[in-house]
Design a binder for this molecule. Structure first.
Ligand code: GUN
Length: 282
């Protein structure tokens, strides 16, 4: 039986710490405010944004909610970002992705002031991660590192396999684990024998966006398995990238979906908003 890593409980602790830090900063005269920009009507994005605004309220962080129509022009969005960059009441800026296809998402990411880039998506912050410098870190891999630490799982000297190579999760995850002295493999859609690569993992991070792709026989006995997926199975039920029922009996520790990585991603956003306001980058 594996230890089930409780992302909800840990996220509540991270949020409580963020709330305490926010109160201290506010009392010391810092302006804490998260601007959340949503373009269009995507229902999943609306739900995510609502949760982020609720987290801000719970942590005593002011929020600024910008809902723009799906036909918003690039110029209009860029001028909003320029205005938020210049606004001292705004310490963090999050533009919810994906953007409608007519918009240039890369230009938008690069337009956000790196000091307010609470998603950690800006090339300056990703470059800082590569160089081992302080900076705002992407929330999902930062939340995973926090979970490993909380459960006493030290990556040093371990073999870590990340399935998926996105700029938001896979690539920064590999850099964070490397910085903690793990030996890294990044598997992806062109990897020849992905199951065999995964079987070599002490720490396996599944971030491929494919329902239950990681099977029981892909996982070494006593591995730690982290599931970033938020997918739907054949019956429409929420599931992850890992076939939980098949993998759990082999694993030493595993994150559930829901209740694992998702809550930690949201909690790390609150931590990043506090760090950006304090300019004490983690
Ligand atoms: N869309 C899905 N996840 C995220 C996220 O973490 N940040 C932003 N900005 N958009 C997202």
């Amino acid at each position: 039986m594996a230890i089930i890593i409780d992302g909800r409980a840990l996220a509540a602790r991270v949020r409580a710490q963020a709330a305490a830090d926010a109160a201290r900063l506010t009392a010391a005269g810092s302006a804490l405010g998260l601007a959340v920009v949503l373009v269009g009507e995507d229902q999943a994005s609306r739900t995510y944004v609502r949760s982020k605004l609720r987290d801000c309220r719970e942590c005593g962080i002011r929020s600024f909610d910008y809902k723009l129509s799906a036909d918003t022009s690039q110029d209009r969005l860029m001028s909003l970002i320029a205005r938020l960059n210049a606004d001292d009441a705004v310490s963090g800026i999050l533009v919810q992705m994906p953007l409608p296809p007519h918009l240039d998402a890369e230009a938008v990411v690069q337009a956000v002031d790196p000091a307010k880039d609470v998603d950690g998506f800006h090339p300056e912050n990703l470059g800082r991660l590569v160089r081992g410098l302080p900076g705002l870190r992407p929330c999902t891999p930062a939340g995973i590192m926090c979970m490993l630490d909380a459960y006493g799982i030290d990556p040093a000297g371990k073999s870590a396999v990340i399935v998926g190579r996105s700029s938001i999760v896979g690539k920064p995850m590999s850099l964070m684990l490397l910085a903690r002295d793990a030996t890294i493999s990044v598997a992806h859609s062109h990897t020849a024998d992905i199951a065999e690569i995964c079987r070599g993992a002490d720490i396996l991070v599944a971030a491929c966006g494919s329902a239950k792709m990681v099977q029981g026989d892909w996982v070494a006995e006593r591995a730690t398995v982290i599931d970033v997926g938020m997918d739907r199975d054949e019956s429409g039920a929420l599931c992850g990238d890992v076939d939980f029922d098949a993998v759990e009996p082999r694993a030493a520790a595993i994150t559930p979906v829901p209740g694992g990585v998702g809550p930690m991603t949201r909690a790390m956003l609150m931590r990043n908003v506090v760090s950006a306001a304090a300019s004490e980058l983690c």
